[in-house]
Design a protein around this ligand. Structure first.
Ligand code: 2HA
Ligand code: ZN
Length: 273
């Protein structure tokens, strides 16, 4: 069965995990995974007759011929586990690197996520930046982080510092910090380009008043990054609310440097004083 193949099983589990966290109301959020060649071969016996090519409006040389597992446009992540064939699918990218076609799933006329252009451009950037190691792009509507985008300046520096200071593990989990995209219309080429520009530097990009985009090498690390950032945002919002808008004390820059030294990570110095 397709759903017994680890790459697919892990994908389905991640959709369910995100749903259970409360990050995927209705059709909110989306997930894509760039498959390894051996995973494509494991899945190939289950492929259906390829459907028509669809142009994306974006192009990437380094993703020509790749295969992605993707959530479906308008589909609810809540439903993926019960009915993967209608809610997720596998798409193949053409030799020009500018179109996809469905080779499995997304039954009854479904299409890849509306954010596929964003995911695609981010895969291209992260693949290049990590020598092919990064394979997962994940977008979720994380409530506490979204709330933060109403009360904080929309800069990478402000968000990174607030999140690093909100839990001791944060600088270890995302030493590079997070980027911030101002409010933009979702689903189009513009937000795809803005996000992928930030993804050259960061593993995570906050979408103001919308959610978070993260990238990683596998499902565990990528889900863990989303989880860690949202939990830090939750702590920040709890603290700022309980403190009536004031924070009495926090993790200092010297503390952050000490953590980095102990754990052998390099903090983005731009964000330290
Ligand atoms: O998939 O989250 O950003 C629905 C969305 C669009
Ligand atoms: Zn969204």
């Amino acid at each position: 069965m397709m759903t017994e193949i680890p790459a697919v099983r892990g994908f389905v589990r991640m959709c369910t995990d995100g749903w259970e966290q409360g990050w995927h109301e209705r059709n909110g959020g989306n997930l894509t995974y760039r498959m390894k060649p051996e995973e494509v071969e494991q899945c190939r016996p289950f492929f259906t007759a390829p459907r028509e090519w669809n142009s994306m409006g974006v192009q990437a040389d380094n993703l020509k011929g790749e295969y992605f597992i993707t959530t479906g446009s308008g589909k609810f992540l809540r439903n993926v586990q019960d009915d993967p064939e209608h809610n997720i699918g596998i798409v193949e990218i053409n030799d020009a690197g500018d179109s996809w076609r469905i080779v499995w799933g997304l039954e009854n006329g479904a299409r890849p996520t509306s954010e596929f252009p964003s995911h695609f451009m981010n895969h291209s950037v992260r693949k290049a930046a990590t020598n092919g190691a990064y394979r997962v792009i994940y977008h979720a509507h994380t409530p506490n982080l979204i709330a933060m985008t109403y009360i904080m300046p929309l800069t990478a520096r402000d968000f990174t510092r607030a999140l690093w200071q909100s839990a001791t593990e944060c600088p270890v989990v995302f030493p590079g910090g997070v980027g911030v995209v101002p409010w933009m219309v979702p689903g189009g080429a513009d937000i795809a380009m803005a996000t992928s520009e930030l993804m050259k530097k960061y593993d995570a990009a906050v979408w103001a008043h919308h959610g978070l985009f993260v990238s990683g090498p596998d499902y565990d690390i990528t889900f863990g990054l989303m989880h860690t950032i949202e939990k830090a945002a939750q702590i920040y919002m709890l603290a700022i609310t309980a403190g009536g808008g004031k924070i009495r004390q926090t993790i200092t820059d010297d503390n952050l440097r000490a953590i980095a030294k102990e754990f052998g990570v390099e903090l983005n110095e731009e964000f330290l004083n």
